[in-house]
Design a binder for this molecule. Structure first.
Ligand SMILES: NC(=O)c1ccc[n+]([C@@H]2O[C@H](COP(=O)([O-])OP(=O)(O)OC[C@H]3O[C@@H](n4cnc5c(N)ncnc54)[C@H](O)[C@@H]3O)[C@@H](O)[C@H]2O)c1
Length: 332
């Protein structure tokens, strides 16, 4: 990750909690805090999809603490958030198909767990909490680009859980005066995104397949679009949201690049990077998936000062180079 600075002032006077800090996005937030001299950093993670490997970067950092536990456990939440100034809440069961396979588990972690984190934040009087929402709340909205003023229409239990987070945040802000900001992430990618497990995202799945010289699967005709967003932009959004002026409180913001790419274009680009002539295997569309996605990011630009600095092409290049270096090709 770069050494760019997305905040003014000195982080050494603050304590931060990152839930899901052992995961893909959380570990990049952790990296930012470590490299900008944060006073204290607590990661709360149950390592269900995250890994200790992602926490190695914090080894030896004086102000670092890892609380291994679940956000479903009230005590673990209170322990992790004790005395912190800021919370970046990332922990969740991700993936639309996973939520369709087990809606109760998704609700337990993403809704009840979120509520536990909110209650712990309230109890500890945190200055501000920024939490990960998702573009999935828009469902298959035909109004493009998707703006925060679009109606929401969740198509999966995962999307319901993320929208429920926003409703709870709004109610907690109104009734308890808490400072809460939701970020609706649009298809985030980058180094450390796991290609493992049945619910991995498209980019790590495509890259790992190409490195293993296998054809990746595309669901549908591949002409569906996504606003793929490099993870460094998400770090920027989180840090800027933490320190944004008061008027940002209580809002939700699209976090994306504002660029539309088809899955076929994505595959072609990755195959070119790999120097591969493999063709993808096409399978029927999955239920719960949306057809088209592109964000209007003007609200985040205006109120957070967010400007995506790494475009899709540059992000893909960086990501490809990272996997090429670290990914261990499975022997067949
Ligand atoms: N990656 C994306 O494209 C994307 C898009 C929209 C929203 N989001 C949201 O961003 C956040 C981070 O996603 P990610 O891509 O880094 O996924 P990830 O799976 O890499 O990270 C999630 C982390 O949360 C941890 N976790 C899961 N359940 C937990 C629990 N009960 N208690 C404590 N920790 C738990 C996991 O171990 C993992 O480290 C999630 O809230 C996700 O819903 C991600």
């Amino acid at each position: 990750m770069c050494n760019k600075k997305f905040h003014s002032g000195d982080l050494s006077q603050y304590a931060f909690a990152v839930t899901g800090g052992a995961g893909f996005i959380g570990s990049h937030l952790l990296e930012y805090l470590l490299s900008h001299n944060a006073g204290r950093i607590v990661v709360l993670d149950d390592l269900s999809s995250g890994s200790k490997e992602n926490l190695k970067q914090a080894e030896g950092y004086k102000g670092f603490q890892f609380v291994e536990g679940s956000i479903c456990d009230v005590n673990a939440c209170e322990k992790a958030l004790h005395g912190v100034d800021f919370v970046m809440h990332q922990a969740a069961l991700c993936s639309v198909p996973r939520s369709l396979a087990n809606p109760v588990a998704t609700n337990d972690v993403n809704v009840s767990g979120f509520l536990n984190v909110l209650m712990a934040a309230k109890k500890n009087g945190v200055k501000r909490m920024v939490y990960a929402s998702s573009s999935s709340v828009y469902g298959d909205s035909k109004i493009l680009p998707k703006s925060e003023t679009n109606p929401v229409s969740p198509l999966s239990p995962y999307a319901v859980s993320k929208y429920t987070n926003e409703l709870y945040a709004s109610v907690f802000a109104r009734n308890y005066g808490m400072n809460l900001i939701g970020l609706r992430y649009f298809n985030i990618f980058g180094p450390r995104q796991s290609p493992g497990g049945p619910y991995a995202a498209a980019i790590p799945l495509f890259v790992s397949a190409l490195l293993e010289k296998r054809s990746p699967v595309i669901f549908g005709d591949g002409e569906q679009t996504r606003d793929f967003t490099f993870v460094e932009n998400v770090v920027q959004a989180n840090i800027k949201a933490l320190f944004a002026p008061e008027e940002a409180n209580g809002n939700v913001f699209n976090i994306a690049c504002g660029e539309q790419t088809t899955i076929n274009q994505l595959f072609k680009m990755l195959a070119e990077s790999a120097g591969s002539s493999l063709m993808p295997e096409y399978k029927p569309y999955r239920t719960g998936d949306v057809k088209d996605s592109i964000a209007d990011i003007s609200k985040a630009k205006l109120l957070l000062g967010y400007t995506p600095e790494v475009n899709f092409n540059k992000g893909i290049e960086t990501t490809w180079n990272w996997y090429k270096t670290v990914y261990k090709v499975k022997s067949s």
